[in-house]
Design a protein around this ligand. Sequence first.
Ligand SMILES: [Zn+2]
Length: 228
Amino acid sequence: MSQKSQPELFNDAFLVQRLSALGLRGVRRVESHQNRAVMVSVTPRGVLRIHRGYAYAPDSVLAAIVTFVKPGTRLQRRRAAQAVILAFPVDAFAPPQRARRRRKPSARPEDLPLLRQLTAMHKQFNGQFFDGQLSRISLRISRRMRRRLGELMLDANDAPVEIAISSRHVARDGWHEVEQTMLHEMIHQWQAESGRPVDHGAIFRKKAREVGVTPRAMRDVGHTSSTS
Ligand SMILES: [Zn+2]
C-alpha cells in the first residue's frame, strides 16, 4: 500500500509529538492504521497502533489516549479514557479503507483446460439464456465439495464472486450434468445480480424451467455467502 495515497495532512511523527507533549511515555514508535477493529493499542515491543483519524482529534482525546496506554492506569480511569477515545468520530476524518482482497489461490495447472471449458460454457449460457446480462465471474474447481455439485459464492454485499464446481461431480456425472449444475448456479447469479433473493423459490423454479434445468439438477446444489 502506497503511503502517498494517504492524505498529506496526516503525519505519524506529528501525532507522536502531540502525544509526547501530553505525557506519552514508553512508546517507541507509532503505527497508524485505518481499520476500526482496534482503535488504540500498544504492542509488547512498545509500538502504539492507532487509528489514523486520531491525528485530527483535539488534545482532550489525545490526553485520554495517553491515559489509556499508560502502564498502571487503574481500570476505572482506563474505562473513562476509553469512552472519550471511542466517542471521537475517527471515520469522519479517515474513512475506512476497503478490505484488501485476499489473493485467490491460483488454479492447479491440470485444472486449466477444464476451467477454460467451463468459462466457455458460462459465456455460451449467458448469451443463450440470460441475454448476456450476467457478469463474467470467476470459476473454480473444488476438490472439497463432497455432497454438493456446485456453489455460488457471494460477498458480504451479496454480490456474486465465484462459481465453484465439484471436481468429483465432473469426474463422476458427465458433461451434461455439469451443464445443468452450471445453469443452476447461473440462475442464482442472475437472482443475486438482479437484486432478488438467492433461493429455490417460485422465481428460481420458473427460470429453471425456462432454461431447461431438469429437476434432477436441483438436488445437492448449494450456495453460500462468503467474504472470501
Ligand atoms: Zn441452489
